[in-house]
Design a protein around this ligand. Structure first.
Ligand code: TXA
Ligand code: MG
Length: 341
């Protein structure tokens, strides 16, 4: 598109938000910080712009995107809100909760954004830079995490730069420093009689249950055949390019492996600690930065100690589980599918 400016990185500011809004309305792509991870945004009503997201992420087009809006009023133009949805939106928006809702049949969304489903995943982020961008754009913004499909999500503008080195198709990165939550939003499907957890994330399931009662947890292991409600739950995901082992006691670390620990009284040699005080929110905020930092030549693998499976620990364990799964068509220990130098 000739109206679109050449690629650049700018620091967050009101002027940057305004420029981002112009780029989005003109059909361009903008990477921006949210409280969870950096998103790669496009006008969710523009088929061509949405198609460009799938192309630069190398994302399968059957995997729908999250649509970001500035408030509940804008969300109500795209999707049907039942009681449960309303309660959850009131309690957690703006914030790290994505609701899967019935899509409005006559709504403006690109069918590609929702992968042709009759539902749509919607979220109002709380990050001030994201909110400023959404206010300026004045269109719903489809934004997956700003990484190549299958790799670790970015929590710094630098991570986005490293993922899209050729910058082809990317018009702007807004640098808003590190993402405070550090893991993606929690996704809850509220289209059925009971809320269903599709992805644990930045809002603890315990807090959601306090508002709407018991949440149905994913029953089986996520499969790699796409036969699942959230296609993004493909088993290998969030994966560094070197092997990762989970639930490893420090004494079982093998030579050449770097250890990720959690809590006090952990070994310090060849190890980095997600949170020395055992704070799961701090651990979540550090997780992707540490996985990326260790994903480099000379390190043969990553071993992670057991992490408590409560609160944000659920999101951490979910990402670690997927990161440790064999990648598509790979056996454990095989060469990496994605490499991020
Ligand atoms: O925190 C986040 O959610 C970040 C920031 C940028 O907002 N976004 C993010 O987007 O993680 P993405 O595309 O990486 O993950 C979106 C997930 C995918 O697993 C996708 O399958 C699922 O949401 N999803 C999207 N629409 C859906 C729908 N209608 N039904 C079920 N799952 C859906
Ligand atoms: Mg993602």
């Amino acid at each position: 598109d000739t109206a679109l400016p050449d690629f650049k990185v700018v620091e967050a500011s009101p002027a940057a938000a305004q420029e981002a809004g112009e780029i989005l309305r003109a059909g361009g792509l903008v990477a921006f910080p949210t409280e969870t991870v950096y998103g790669l945004g496009a006008d969710a009503t523009n088929d061509k712009a949405v198609a460009a997201i799938f192309a630069i992420k190398e994302r399968p087009t059957f995997n729908p995107l999250i649509v970001h809006v500035k408030d509940e009023i804008q969300a109500a133009k795209l999707a049907e809100f039942n009681d449960m949805a309303q309660k959850l939106a009131h309690a957690f928006w703006p914030g790290a909760l994505t609701l899967v809702l019935k899509r409005k049949a006559d709504g403006p969304l690109s069918l590609l954004a929702t992968a042709g489903l009759d539902t749509v995943a919607v979220r109002v982020p709380s990050h001030p830079v994201a909110l400023a961008l959404l206010a300026e754009a004045d269109v719903p913004v489809a934004a997956p995490s700003a990484n190549k499909s299958g790799y670790v999500s970015p929590t710094l503008a630098l991570h986005v730069l490293m993922q899209f080195k050729d910058r082809q198709g990317l018009n702007l990165i807004i640098d808003g420093s590190s993402c405070p939550v550090g893991v993606e939003s929690t996704i809850i499907d509220v289209t059925g009689p009971v809320p269903v957890l599709l992805r644990p994330g930045g809002v603890a399931v315990e807090d959601i249950e306090a508002v709407v009662g018991p949440v149905q947890m994913p029953s089986a292991e996520p499969s790699s055949d796409g036969d699942i409600k959230a296609p993004g739950q493909l088993k290998s995901h969030y994966a560094p390019s070197i092997p990762l082992r989970i639930n490893v006691e420090p004494k079982d670390r093998v030579k050449g492996e770097s250890l990720i620990t959690f809590g006090p009284d952990m070994p310090r040699r060849a190890a980095i600690n997600l949170s020395k005080t055992g704070d799961l929110a701090e651990a979540a905020a550090n997780l992707f930065i540490m996985l990326r930092a260790l994903d480099m030549p000379g390190i043969r693998g990553i071993a992670v100690v057991p992490i408590p499976n409560t609160g944000l620990g659920r999101a951490i364990n979910d990402r670690l589980n997927r990161a440790s799964a064999p990648k598509d068509g790979e056996t454990p220990g095989a060469p990496p599918k994605y490499h991020d130098p």
